[in-house]
Design a protein around this ligand. Sequence first.
Ligand SMILES: Nc1ncnc2c1ncn2[C@@H]1O[C@H](COP(=O)(O)OP(=O)(O)O)[C@@H](O)[C@H]1O
Ligand SMILES: [Mg+2]
Length: 273
Amino acid sequence: MEKLQAAIEKARQRREATAAATGKSPAEARSASRAEEPGGDVWQAIPEHTVAAKTARRNRLFLDGRTAEASYFDKLRTKLIQQCRDNQWRRVLVTSATKGCGKTTTCANLAASFARQKDRRVMVFDMDMRRPDLRRPFGISNSHGFSDVLEGSVPFEETAVRLGASVIISANQSVHPNPSQIILQDQTARVIDEIEARYRPDVMLFDTPPMLSADDTLGLVKHMDCAIIVAGAEMSTIAQVDEVERELAEVTNVMGVVLNRCNYIDQAQTYYY
Ligand SMILES: Nc1ncnc2c1ncn2[C@@H]1O[C@H](COP(=O)(O)OP(=O)(O)O)[C@@H](O)[C@H]1O
Ligand SMILES: [Mg+2]
């Protein structure tokens, strides 16, 4: 990690020097110098993962961009990119009021959508240690998971898989005995910073626990740029979504609400989404 810290510091100094010399804003200088910084070839070092069609289908992961379901996630991806670009946001927390609303399904399908598009580098992290489901739609079975990285016992590379050239996923493999402790520990912020500095993604998506069942997610929010709330139609009440939105808005930017499990929006277009 010390080497990594030194590389981050060196990259920062180089960015500032470039910004001063060219008159560019720090954000412009950052993207201009991206090719020289950590983040280039490190992506290639992550093993590529192929998702079995049957696994995807069983878990509502829509890999084929020509389907109506996939097109909904492509639209969500476009909105997410626009908002991240306009506001210079990178870290996006995905949460809901209660479990089962579709956070993991949304994160997984956004990952698939970004993998189809290829021009944005996106990392997806499983931060729901109580129901670590992100591995399921992709059929990821590594020996270690993202919670091991947060604990400092395993290097990130041992948990991560790459979907195409532009998406990296770090899932969990099992329920963690002490989820709150691991999310709320100081080290978590440092690990996220280090991964961001090393891989230089355009977007980082965090699949998190539901807000109304534990305080983990609120503890994590301070390290995020914005949040998406997934509401399950006929599961989440308006009062619940309001409460989650209010709590989040006090500490971060609420990007929007995704309505999932909605059977009645337009029967001609889609059944599920
Ligand atoms: N739109 C939908 N229609 C039907 N089932 C869905 C839909 N979205 C998700 N599911 C299913 O509901 C279950 C819970 O979804 P999940 O994404 O794991 O929720 P969360 O992560 O919020 O707990 C999963 O079995 C998933 O396949
Ligand atoms: Mg989940």
